[in-house]
Design a protein around this ligand. Structure first.
Ligand code: NAD
Ligand code: UDP
Length: 313
């Protein structure tokens, strides 16, 4: 019988990492989850603990990473990801994108594994090209407050490509656009949990700026499908994965009010520094290379996410 493939997932107790663990278990892999619970929650993966095919290592990936046994694939998802998290932990954020990525590339090299790293639409900064395609280099303020995240991810991409070019490592880079779904933290400060939490508590929704800035929200199952296909592809360069259905933050607030039936109002607060004015992925590459496009509409995805938040609030 063929041996099961074994995959290491860092950031396993987080929002995206936990969904990836579920997916790889379902696909018949042995999964090694690694996390230091900086922003994650062990409850997200507790259901996997009884499984023979799941192992968990509590470890900070900015320190030397050792995993006994074979590893076919490594998915590096550890990193604070929401603006309030990375603004609270700027040095940790820089370290996990740089030292953490370096450690995992070294591990991949020593095990002969293929590695996929979680990059972000933030590499495009406050973009001057719209929608953003992979050949755009971005508009990032390296010394602004968001620079700790954006530059860590830009360095991550750079060192990953260097390992590919110089060490012939098999690498994949996914540029993830705003993703949502069950297991997001209600208090992570991102707009979707903020608005849903406020609506459910009967508080006003806090739109930053005049709410005219745009985002494009992707449901987590669609994202996981895109990542799975990218990992199994042979394409080493960055690929955008996200949902191109763009909406202003004001309209998004109105959708949440309608969905929850809340009587709350939308109120306006100052726009954080360097907040991108527009964001929408060009997913031509993912469509052509991976045959991937999102399948879950915002209204469907929001219903599923609301059901989750109603349980945990
Ligand atoms: P999350 O905060 O829910 O998950 C991140 C996980 O990484 C947490 O469980 C945290 O405890 C763990 N972690 C952080 N530092 C660590 C360290 N030094 N060692 C070990 N574990 C550590 O965030 P998420 O939304 O699941 O994001 C996961 C990844 O995807 C991140 O790399 C993020 O940058 C990237 N990403 C996410 C989005 C999104 O919309 N959710 C968008 C773009 C990129
Ligand atoms: N935002 C908002 N109110 C909130 C939280 C966020 O209006 O309570 C805005 C934020 O300024 C940004 C957008 O919503 O323009 C998306 O913010 P989020 O933190 O979710 O993600 P990112 O800015 O990283 O895309």
């Amino acid at each position: 019988m063929q041996r099961k493939k074994r995959v290491l997932i860092t950031g396993a107790a987080g929002f995206l990492g936990s969904h990836l663990c579920d997916r790889f278990i379902r696909e018949g892999y042995k999964v090694v989850g690694m996390d230091n619970l900086l922003t994650g929650n062990i409850k997200n993966i507790e259901h996997l603990f009884p499984l023979e095919d799941f192992e968990y290592y509590h470890h900070d990936v900015t320190k030397f990473v050792h995993v006994p046994g074979d590893l076919d694939y490594i998915l590096h998802f550890a990193s604070p990801a929401s603006p309030i998290d990375y603004l609270k932990m700027p040095i940790q954020t820089l370290k996990v994108g740089s030292l953490g990525t370096h450690n995992l590339l070294g591990l991949a090299r020593s095990k002969g594994s293929r590695i996929l790293v979680a990059s972000t639409s933030e590499v495009y900064g406050d973009p001057l090209v719209h929608p953003q395609n992979e050949s755009y280099w971005g508009n990032v303020n390296p010394v602004g407050p968001r620079g700790v995240y954006d530059e860590a991810k830009r360095f991550q991409e750079s060192i990953t490509m260097a390992y590919h070019t110089f060490h012939k490592l098999e690498t994949r880079i996914v540029r993830i656009f705003n993703t949502y779904g069950p297991r997001m933290r209600l208090d992570d400060g991102r707009v979707l949990p903020a608005f849903i939490g406020q609506a459910l508590r009967g508080e006003d929704l806090t739109a930053f700026g005049d709410g005219s800035q745009t985002r494009s929200f992707c449901y987590v199952d669609d994202l996981v499908e895109g990542i799975y296909r990218l990992l199994l592809s042979d394409y080493p360069h960055p690929v955008n994965v996200g949902n191109p259905d763009e909406i202003t933050i004001k309209e998004f607030g109105e959708e949440i009010l309608k969905l929850t039936g809340s009587k709350s109002k939308i109120i306006y607060k100052p726009l954080p520094q360097d907040d991108p004015k527009q964001r929408k992925p060009d997913i031509t590459k993912a469509q052509e290379l991976l045959g991937w496009m999102p399948a879950v509409s915002r209204s469907e995805g929001l219903k599923k996410t609301l059901a989750y938040f109603k349980e945990v609030i």
